[in-house]
Design a binder for this molecule. Sequence first.
Ligand SMILES: [Zn+2]
Length: 320
Amino acid sequence: MSSGSARPADELRAYLEMLAGGARAGQFFNLRWLTPAGRMRQQFRSARQIRRTAERIETLAETTDVFIGVALRDRRRGGKVAISGSRLLYLDCDDERARDQLAAFAYLPTMEVASGTPDHLHPYWCLDRRVSAVQVESANRRLAVALGADPACVDVARILRPPGTLNRKDERPRAVRLLAYRPDARYSLAELLAELPNDPRPLARTGRSSRRRAPRTALELQLLAIPAAEYVRVLTGREPNLAGKVLCPFHEETDPSLQLYPDGTFYCYGRHSKDRACRKGGTIFDFAAAQWGLGTRGRDFNELCERLASIFHVRVTSRS
Ligand SMILES: [Zn+2]
C-alpha cells in the first residue's frame, strides 16, 4: 500500500506506532535534533505517548533536523547499553542498485521511508516478536549484504529520520516521506533469514565502494577475500581483541570500537567526539584508502590495488 498522498502528520503517527509496537511500560522513544550551533540534543519520551511524541517532533521539525532511535530504549540513555532488543530490522539503501534489489526481494518491507537525501531509502521489516540486540544487528548486516545496502547502517542504536519532518542537509529542505506502509507485513526472524546468505558471502556486493563498478577483477576479488583482522593487523600492527575489535586508527579512543568481520568488511562504532560518530566502514579498499589518504576511484583505486597486491603477495596471472 502506498501512502504517498497521506498527510505528513499521519505518516509520522503511523511510523511512531510501528516503532512502539509491543512497547512495554518503561520503554522510551529517543528523540534527537540539531541545535542551530550544530550540536545534537536528545530527549526521552514514553513509548506509550505516541500523540504527544508526534507533536513534539512536529514542533522540532519546524526549525531543525529531527532523528529518532529505531529501537526503543529501556532507560533514558541513547546508546546500545539501553537497548535489549527490538522488533524492527532496517537498512539504508543509498543507491539505485540497492533499491532494485530491494524491489526484487521476496519479503516486502513493512515501511519504506525516503530520507530526503536523494536516492536514499530506509526500508523497515517488522518482526512478529521482539529479538535481541545482537540478533537485530546480525540480521541487518545479512540484509545489507544480500541487498547491497550500506553496511554501516546496522547498529541497533541507529537513529533515522522520521517521516513528516524535513531533511535540511542541503540548501533546499526536502520532505522525509513515508513511501510505502504495509501494516500486515510481519515476519518471523527465521523466515526472513532463510532468504539470506548464511555468511556474508557475496563479497563483491559488500561495502559502499562496491557500487563503483562491476564486475570485480580477479585481483580485486582476491583482495576482498582477505579477512579484516588480517589486513588491519598488517596495515596498522593492531591485534584484534576477543570480540574482534581494534582501536580505530581514524580517531583517538581508549576502548576498541572498530569491529572486524570475517567476510572482509569492517565498521567503527566509535566516536571522533561526543557529537560526531566515526561510522567508517567498508572493505579492504576503504580501509587502505583511509590509511593512505587515497580515494577509491580511478587512478587512486589502481594505486590501492597495486600497493595491496604487493603487500599481501597477491599475484595476477591474467587480466580479467
Ligand atoms: Zn572509528
